[in-house]
Design a protein around this ligand. Structure first.
Ligand code: ADP
Ligand code: MG
Length: 339
């Protein structure tokens, strides 16, 4: 079969075109490198390490500022601050996503997790002001404002039974923000990364050395300055969302030597103090890990173990003191499949 002149010309054009495309792709394709940065956000520090062709710093920070503009009660312009002041009852997309999560953790923990606990947190000197310890009568009157069952939401709206109820997402927002960054990185096709906001972590794939990420769990050394970083245990992880809650850092000591932690038991209206010193939780999302980690500090070891047994999606690493004051650990962390 003879090829006509026109067909030959077309063939040559296609061959040259293909070679040209292959060459330009080869020279222009940027190679992936490891990017790493730290930034202040949500009143704490975030760290991100990821392997990608492009620098995603600005995209990540825009995403986190969006989360802050929705969920931060320390940002007076945020949606939650406006809801708390009764200026709006309209939810934005982040709130519409996080409120059902918070509600499910409240239900799973018999109310130990409660995003309406803020007036009590403030009364005990955390949050906005430090002052006198509250009296029993003050605690009791504030408890009237507290209770997650007093808020209802759906169809993009929120309703507070008591207009004075304040919503505080501090115990779940850091984990939620970490999830948002992780999702953003995955949408950009990033396969190897670790994101951490104030100790709440999501990791995927491998570290820059091609090995599993190593995450250290701090030894719960009492240290209200937050400078001690002794490591109790290192876990190797590829694909995990993990959060830690501990009362060994965020606490203060009263003049008569009592320790006041920033975790409030909604059933008593008072700060918790258990033998459980640190609770690390692995969960399908970092928001859930964050919320359960705080809940377990409220519940104490025995009740927390019951919740863990009935929630196979949760894995935990607890550090507690035994009757002699010695550190002990209880854990059910399973090793994971390589990606
Ligand atoms: P931690 O890392 O110790 O868990 P978080 O910032 O995650 O710290 O959570 C502690 C914050 O959660 C407190 O400062 C307070 O605002 C809020 N909080 C305290 N007690 C509860 C509770 N029982 N349920 C939900 N949030 C709480
Ligand atoms: Mg928490």
């Amino acid at each position: 079969m003879k090829l006509k002149k026109r067909q030959i010309a077309l063939l040559i054009f296609l061959i040259i075109g293909t070679i040209y495309v292959a060459m330009t792709n080869d020279t222009k394709a940027p190679s992936a490198k490891t990017w790493k940065f730290s930034e202040r956000i949500f009143g704490t520090v975030m760290n991100a390490t990821y392997t990608h062709t492009e620098d995603l710093h600005d995209t990540i920070m825009t995403c986190l500022r969006g989360v802050d503009a929705s969920l931060s009660m320390f940002n007076p312009k945020s949606t939650i601050s406006r809801i708390n002041r009764g200026e709006t009852d309209t939810l934005d997309t982040y709130l519409a996503e996080i409120l059902p999560m918070a509600h499910s953790v409240s239900e799973a923990t018999d109310g130990a997790f409660d995003i309406t606990v803020a007036p009590l947190v403030n009364a005990w000197g955390f949050g906005f002001k430090n002052g006198q310890l509250p009296t029993d009568a003050q605690v009791d009157s504030l408890r009237a404002l507290v209770g997650y069952k007093g808020i209802a939401f759906g169809n993009g709206l929120i309703h507070k039974e008591n207009p004075g109820t304040v919503i505080d997402l501090s115990a779940i927002a850091k984990g939620f923000g970490t999830d948002q960054v992780a999702n953003l990185l995955m949408e950009h096709g990033v396969k190897d990364f670790m994101v951490e906001i104030g100790g709440e972590i999501v990791s995927r794939g491998n570290n820059p050395k091609g090995k599993a990420w190593h995450i250290g769990i701090n030894r719960p050394v009492e240290d209200s300055t937050g400078t001690n970083n002794e490591i109790q245990e290192v876990i190797e992880v590829h694909n995990r969302a993990m959060a830690t809650s501990g009362n060994y850092r965020n606490y203060y000591t009263t003049e008569d030597g009592r320790k006041v932690s920033h975790t409030i038991d909604p059933s008593t209206g008072r700060p918790v103090q258990h033998s459980l010193l640190s609770s690390t939780v692995l969960a399908p999302t970092c928001a859930m890990a964050d919320a359960f980690a705080t809940s377990f500090m409220v519940m104490g070891m025995e009740k927390a173990k019951e919740v863990v047994r009935s929630h196979p999606e949760l894995q935990v690493y607890f550090i507690y003191t035994d009757s002699t004051g010695t550190y002990q650990t209880w854990q059910n962390i399973k090793s994971e499949e390589e990606p």
